[in-house]
Design a binder for this molecule. Structure first.
Ligand SMILES: Nc1ncnc2c1ncn2[C@@H]1O[C@H](COP(=O)(O)OP(=O)(O)OP(=O)(O)O)[C@@H](O)[C@H]1O
Ligand SMILES: [Mg+2]
Length: 429
């Protein structure tokens, strides 16, 4: 019997909650066996504002995925985002104590821990401590120090923190569904695992995940993450601009944005027209398609002005030859990549999840038959699943501590995991 691990990613987005169940084998190809989505109710910009609604949304997404996969999920890797997330770069240093001066795993753990001794406010919790590079006796840019010799070991780390209340409420919502939390993962970090190549991360690249309510920016260089931030704008702002500008209901604005919208208006002819509902919801009227695109363009332009500011803020302006990779639902807007590339003078490509070869076919054949929406998911439009797939990729790399689960077998009860999560907070309270 082939041993395969079942890993579930739970992407808590501002517009949709998406559960992805995958079977992961040694060849690292993810076999997606279930996808479930549900509208994100009970959360505002990634933060739980109504626990009961959030629990219902999570439950629906998981149940849809479970029904498709024919198995029960007992634990998930949960994505976290929102403006409560912040990050700092830190530095740690230790002396190598072993007699032979050979760097052991213990030394590496110690130096990473030393880098965490920074002033973190009491209401914040560390989510990730990501090593970016080691220094041995002044010799820089060492990726794998294990087994090397030296007397002084230093590390540069990227520390991501989040508000304890937000993290706790997210975990509580998942627990109320009767499911354990394996880990809470920064969403752009997860998405990067699904859409970026190693050479892009090595050269220097910006990942821009444009979702509904937020745009996540993450900058990678020399193979590691260097900078992360969350911008409070996304595709839903474009929709509400359209609704206001064309005086039409939000649902119509959303539909025409997807069917007729372009990120730039200059190539749209004056005489094209689009039919929309009036605000009363009773009649239809014709509006110019150019006007629609003229409403979209400044908002997209604003988003990339903010992205540009983040790149400058990071100190990596001019040092990112691999350019920008855009992903997330709103990255599907036509001509958005071209507009971004002209504005930022960088190469821009769309990031679609790799490692999940049959994702488009699978999603298109299954997912919207479960949900209400009828949609044809092309390979390009799988960008909406980038974070969910990324969470599964992240989970598949965490194996050492996790027991291998044989298909169909239930995992050892909740207690262990509850203890882990409890331990998480112990040092805080
Ligand atoms: N084909 C498309 N063209 C333009 N916009 C699209 C298209 N498909 C989806 N969108 C937009 O993408 C947004 C949702 O994206 P996504 O599913 O990535 O968001 P989310 O993960 O729920 O939110 P966030 O990442 O901000 O928390 C919505 O604003 C939706 O209108
Ligand atoms: Mg998202």
């Amino acid at each position: 019997m082939t041993e395969r691990r079942i890993i579930t990613g739970l992407d808590i987005g501002t517009t949709k909650i998406c559960a992805i169940i995958a079977e992961v084998s040694n060849d690292e190809i993810l076999d997606i066996i279930g996808i479930g989505t549900s509208p994100s109710v009970g959360l505002r910009k990634g933060v739980v504002v109504d626990i009961d609604d959030t629990v219902n949304s999570i439950e629906t997404a998981i149940m849809n995925a479970e029904r498709m996969a024919g198995i029960e999920v007992d634990s998930v890797y949960v994505g976290i985002a929102g403006s409560h997330i912040s990050s700092i770069n830190s530095h740690g240093v230790v002396a190598i104590t072993g007699e032979d001066k050979e760097i052991s795993q213990e030394d590496i753990d110690r130096v990473i821990e030393a880098s965490q001794i920074v002033a973190i406010p009491p209401e914040r919790k560390i989510l990730h401590v990501l090593p970016r590079g080691f220094v041995i006796d002044g010799c820089q840019n060492i990726k794998h120090p294990l087994g090397m010799s030296g007397v002084r070991l230093e590390v540069e780390t990227h520390i991501v923190t989040g508000s304890i209340t937000s993290i706790e409420n997210l975990i509580k919502s998942v627990h109320k569904v009767g499911i354990d939390v394996e880990d809470v993962v920064l969403e752009p970090l997860a998405a990067s695992q699904a859409v970026l190549s190693n050479s892009e991360k090595e050269l220097g690249v910006v990942l821009v995940d444009i979702g509904g309510g937020t745009t996540d920016v993450a900058i990678f260089k020399d193979g590691s993450i260097w900078y992360t931030s969350v911008l409070p704008v996304g595709g839903d702002h474009i929709t509400s601009d359209i609704a206001v500008g064309l005086r039409t209901p939000i649902t119509t604005a959303e539909e025409i944005k997807i069917s007729d919208g372009y990120a730039s208006a200059d190539m749209v002819s004056e005489d094209e027209e689009v039919e929309v509902l009036t605000t009363s919801g009773q009649d239809f009227k014709k509006v110019s398609r150019k006007l629609l695109c003229e409403i979209i363009e400044p908002r997209v332009d604003e988003m990339f002005t903010l992205v540009q500011q983040e790149i400058k803020e990071s100190g990596y302006d001019g040092l990112l030859p691999a350019g920008i990779v855009i992903t997330g639902g709103a990255s599907l807007m036509k001509r958005l990549a071209e507009l971004a590339s002209d504005k930022l003078e960088l190469p821009v490509r769309r990031g679609i999840p790799k490692k999940a070869d049959d994702l488009a076919d699978f999603a298109s054949n299954n997912i919207y038959k479960v949900g209400k929406q009828e949609a044809n998911i092309s390979e390009g439009s799988t960008a909406i699943f980038a974070t969910g797939i990324g969470l599964v990729c992240y989970g598949s790399e965490q194996e050492p501590e996790q027991p291998i689960i044989k298909k169909g077998q239930k995992k050892e009860g909740m207690n262990n995991l509850l203890n882990r999560v409890r331990g998480w907070f112990e040092d805080v309270f």
